[in-house]
Design a protein around this ligand. Structure first.
Ligand SMILES: NC(=O)c1ccc[n+]([C@@H]2O[C@H](COP(=O)([O-])OP(=O)(O)OC[C@H]3O[C@@H](n4cnc5c(N)ncnc54)[C@H](O)[C@@H]3O)[C@@H](O)[C@H]2O)c1
Length: 347
């Protein structure tokens, strides 16, 4: 029988509840601690998952002896400190996306992991989805040849969250780009083979979220008076191998329908993630290859399973901390370019 992994959860809101559902289903995993500054969220979480130890201060929680690993599910401005505290206390950590508020914070987290015996895992799950894994196998077999371009789209027509702090730049670090663009960017970057980003160019626009809603929105009214993030971000990343990624990401835009997808274009073939399809030339004919079956698991469940497997030392992670840092550098570069009004280098 595998050794029981004893997990603590910091931030017991929406995503923590989703993670806990899978953690609670796994054999030999116990949620032994929860931490939140919201008494109500913590109480509900602890009752639902029968969590024996509860804390309002993560610094106290990470000292708990009978805990092996911590998942950080707090808002973005509160990713760095609990992550570093837990790593210093020797606990393995998985941190939710985006990694941090900026690349400086993300680098400090990676450094803390290097100085710790424990491991930091990035909580990206799009790359683990069965469609992404199928595409990745085609890319790794060279079926696309050299990947030249990745087009990333995370576009919502009116999907401004009406809960949490998603509209507040000082607490989130950004808007749709860091919140939903990040999902499809991390996935596309992984599929491309994670080339080194060297330059970013972008423009961002805030024009709907910061005024009284003119139309009913599916998630209800948001707090438009405190809305300081972008509605729409459009950007280009250049990589050291000459490849390029474009990103289009919105919480609000005048478009027909929402899109969450990416396409790769390579010298020998191309692909789209949803529905997964490969485009190639074979036997003198342009063909499309549609996998018949790619698997049917939930990426979020896989992320939890892989992390627990990694904590046990049983599997290699597909989501190392360094992947979070690379993506954070791209996000920082895009915002810096939008502010500067020109392309900026990514160090
Ligand atoms: N991977 C995904 O698909 C996915 C989906 C949603 C959210 N997320 C990420 O998860 C994180 C949390 O988002 P959410 O939607 O769960 O937000 P949420 O607001 O529902 O939950 C955050 C929780 O953290 C608590 N918190 C705030 N400060 C704290 C502190 N100092 N110590 C302990 N707890 C604290 C809040 O009280 C709240 O209960 C964000 O980084 C978000 O980007 C990831």
């Amino acid at each position: 029988m595998a050794k029981t992994v004893r997990v603590g959860v910091i931030g017991t809101g929406g995503i923590a509840t989703r993670q806990a559902r899978r953690l609670a289903e796994l054999d030999d995993v116990e949620i032994v601690a929860g931490c939140d500054v919201s008494e109500e969220n913590l109480r509900k979480f602890a009752e639902k998952y029968e969590v024996p130890h509860t804390f309002s201060d993560f610094n106290e929680m990470v000292q708990l002896e009978e805990m092996d690993a911590v998942t950080v599910c707090t808002p973005n401005y509160m990713h760095k400190d609990p992550t570093i505290a837990a790593l210093k206390a020797g606990k393995h950590v998985m941190v939710e996306k985006p990694m941090a508020m900026n690349a400086g914070e993300a680098q400090a987290m990676v450094d803390a992991a290097e100085q710790s015996e424990a491991e930091l895992t990035m909580g990206f799950q799009f790359r683990l989805a069965p469609e992404a894994q199928a595409i990745k196998r085609f890319v790794d077999e060279g079926r696309l040849g050299k990947v030249l371009f990745a087009r990333c789209q995370a576009l919502r027509r009116r999907g401004i969250p009406s809960w949490g702090v998603f509209g507040q730049k000082e607490l989130q670090g950004g808007g749709p780009l860091i919140d939903i663009g990040v999902h499809i960017m991390e996935c596309a970057h992984y599929l491309m083979g994670e080339p080194k980003p060297v330059a970013a160019s972008a423009q961002i626009f805030t024009y709907l979220g910061n005024r009284e809603p003119a139309a009913a929105a599916p998630w209800g009214p948001w707090d438009w008076k405190t809305y300081t993030v972008e509605d729409l971000a459009i950007g280009i990343i250049r990589f050291d191998n000459g490849a390029v990624m474009s990103v289009e990401s919105s919480f609000a835009a005048h478009i027909k329908e929402d899109v969450l997808n990416c396409q790769l274009m390579g010298e020998e073939g191309g692909c789209v993630l949803h529905p997964p399809t490969i485009f190639a030339d074979q036997a003198g004919t342009m063909i499309n290859i549609e996998p018949h079956y790619v698997g049917k698991y939930q990426a979020m469940d896989k992320k939890i399973e892989d992390w627990i497997g990694r904590v046990r030392g049983e599997v290699e992670t597909q989501c190392p901390a360094i992947a979070g840092l690379h993506v954070q550098k791209m996000l920082d570069g895009l915002y810096a370019s939008a502010e500067a009004g020109k392309e900026v280098p990514i160090e």
